[in-house]
Design a binder for this molecule. Structure first.
Ligand SMILES: [Zn+2]
Length: 79
């Protein structure tokens, strides 16, 4: 990614995070921008694909996406 573009995106993200809370648990600190549909799976950077998650929920979600099918079932049960 070009340096210019990276800076623009990170500014927008800071604003986004500053005005938000975790969509999953409502936490207001340790927030991160999360791609609803992961970039690694082809998700885009448009705002409709972005949500605010705290670090904990982001890790939880990340683990889910990285999991294989059997692990997915385990996560579903624990929820
Ligand atoms: Zn959270």
């Amino acid at each position: 990614m070009e340096e210019k573009q990276k800076m623009k995106v990170s500014t927008r993200r800071r604003v986004f995070v500053a005005n938000s809370r975790c969509v999953s648990c409502g936490a207001t600190k340790d927030l991160q921008i999360d791609h609803i549909y992961p970039k690694s799976k082809g998700g885009s950077d448009i705002e409709g694909n972005l949500q605010v998650l705290c670090v904990k929920c982001n890790i939880k979600k990340g683990n889910k996406f990285e999991s294989n099918l059997s692990q997915l079932k385990m996560v579903a049960k624990s929820w």
